[in-house]
Design a protein. Structure first.
Length: 535
């Protein structure tokens, strides 16, 4: 629904506008802007047919219509062009609608959004400023205008708008993100951190804030916290309800629109709505590889594997050179225990797109499961090169080096990783095991391993860390402590019904009871990060 009636009633706009309109002549044809109708030859047939009707409506607008009625024709046409990404035609229609009915805030607001999408920031600011003249306290308008001012690096103009937004809605996470960005531009890192923390408390899933908060922490010297948040960077926004733009989005037609909308909804965790959109895309274009891959990848991520497999197979039959389809087919094969087929698909994905980082990572994992450690190693190195924040790749690289008995190299790489990501317990746990139990004496450092293990166990008492602590204690000669810790670990796995772990734990317990340290930092079935679907 439009926000127009509510704000008119609240602000007394009808009386004011009627008075002004009574003093000025209504816009004539010469005042209206010609609409640059887009070429539709490359548009999906269903969309082209729809927009052709829109063009006919605009060209045939009745000169005898009242201003508001004629404005509605232009405004609705603008919304339809806007929905399909034809921003030049949209903004021309919105301008005419505003000239014909200046009291309706929608046409200025939509013009601002269309200019923003077209990258025309100054025009967007002008349109949003006009909108505020009609509705000073409209939350989406305030936040949009403030964000545009930040794009233009005008924090002094953005800040009061964000502050007003938080007064109107104390739960507006988007406004607090904006205030954090304002503080960052002023290099007030303490305030920036506080604002970003507030935003995350209101919208914990807004992963776009993680990186900004990490940067603020780093500037404050809070290095460990900084690395944790920087590693969690993402692109999910806080979101702000915007009924007017929802109306525009509902006007969009064609499989691309449904696919894009489905991808956005999936990223927001709204899986049922996402699948509904993706199925509409499939209905519109059942043989379009992008549609098949979009739905197939989403189903893979949700564990609906049989339907996903059929869709992805169809996609590569139509177009064999689709990296994402091969990636997800590899994921499905790996889940089914068929690493041979998984490796084929991951390699095909990389041949199509050598920079497909996720395929490199999962190919490395599949090769490790096959015992092809030498082949796996360069794929992990490629992931680390492309994404230095990937803790999983760093851990997998170290475990691969251990399998290759490159003890000192593994230690050096883990030391580097722990220094870079001091808050990552899995990396510290791996380093403890290597310092405590490496077969190569020059690599071992029992005193350092024990100190790291005591700190780690004080943070989280979990089975792997208890076992690592026992290894470190044994390496320093404290076999009494090593036995106690290992007995605790054995009792825990028996109570949990994990009979698969009893043999390895028992073997180390017997070593400690005999006064011998462990020399097996990892069992043969060391953990491999499970394959992840990508969208």
């Amino acid at each position: 629904m439009s926000r127009r009636p509510t704000f008119r009633a609240a602000l007394g706009i009808p009386i004011l506008v009627a008075t002004i309109a009574g003093c000025q002549p209504a816009p004539g044809p010469a005042d209206l802007e010609p609409v640059p109708f887009p070429a539709l030859s490359q548009v999906e047939p269903a969309v082209a047919e729809h927009l052709e009707y829109v063009r006919q409506d605009v060209e045939g607008v009745d000169a005898g219509l009242e201003g508001a009625q004629k404005a509605a024709v232009f405004g609705q046409a603008g919304m339809r062009y806007h929905a399909h990404g034809f921003y030049e035609a949209a903004t021309a229609c919105y301008r005419n609608a505003r000239l014909l009915d200046p009291a309706d805030m929608r046409w200025s607001y939509y013009a601002g959004r269309a200019h923003q999408s077209a990258g025309q920031v100054e025009q967007a600011v002008a349109a949003m400023t006009r909108t505020r003249e009609l509705v000073p306290n409209d939350l989406p308008t305030l936040v949009a205008l403030a964000e545009l001012q930040l794009v233009l690096e005008r924090p002094d103009l953005a800040e009061p708008l964000f502050l007003l937004a938080t007064e109107l809605d104390p739960g507006c996470a988007s406004a607090y993100i904006g205030l954090g960005r304002v503080a960052s531009l002023r290099r007030d890192w303490q305030e920036a951190a506080e604002r970003f923390e507030r935003a995350l408390s209101l919208a914990p899933d807004a992963s776009i804030v993680n990186y900004q908060l990490g940067l603020a922490y780093r500037r404050l010297g809070r290095t460990e916290e900084a690395m944790q948040w920087l590693a969690k960077r993402g692109d999910r926004t806080a979101g702000l309800p915007d009924p007017l733009m929802d109306e525009v989005e509902r006007l969009a037609r064609g499989w691309r629109i449904h696919t894009n909308r489905g991808s956005k909804l999936f990223a927001e965790g709204r899986h049922a709505e996402a699948l509904a959109e993706l199925r509409l895309a499939l209905k519109s274009a059942p043989e379009e590889p992008e549609v098949l891959i979009g739905l197939g990848s989403s189903l893979t991520a949700l564990g609906q594997e049989q339907e996903a497999l059929e869709l992805l197979k169809r996609a590569v039959e139509i177009d064999p050179n689709r990296a994402m389809a091969h990636y997800n087919l590899g994921t499905l094969a790996a889940r089914a225990g068929d690493d041979t087929r998984a490796i084929e698909h991951y390699r095909r994905a990389i041949s199509v797109d050598p920079e497909h980082t996720q395929s490199h990572f999962n190919l490395g994992n599949a090769l490790r499961r096959r015992g092809s450690f030498e082949e796996a190693l360069p794929h992990y190195l490629r992931v680390i090169h492309d994404d230095p924040s990937s803790v999983s790749a760093r851990l997998a690289e170290a475990l691969t080096l251990i399998r290759l008995h490159r003890w000192s190299t593994a230690r050096d790489r883990l030391e580097e990783a722990v220094t870079t990501f001091p808050g990552e317990r899995a990396l510290r746990g791996a380093l403890i095991r290597l310092l405590a139990a490496a077969p190569e004496a020059s690599v071992r450092d029992g005193v350092r391993a024990l100190a790291l293990a005591e700190q780690l166990l004080s943070e989280q008492r979990s089975l792997p860390y208890v076992e690592a602590h026992a290894m470190a204690a044994a390496e320093t000669g404290d076999f009494e402590l090593a036995v106690k810790l290992q007995e605790d670990a054995l009792q825990a796995v028996r109570q949990a019904g994990r009979s698969d772990l009893v043999e390895a734990l028992s073997a180390n317990l017997e070593r400690y009871r005999a006064g011998r340290p462990c020399r097996v930092p990892w069992p043969d079935d060391d953990p491999v990060i499970s394959p992840r679907p990508a969208r």
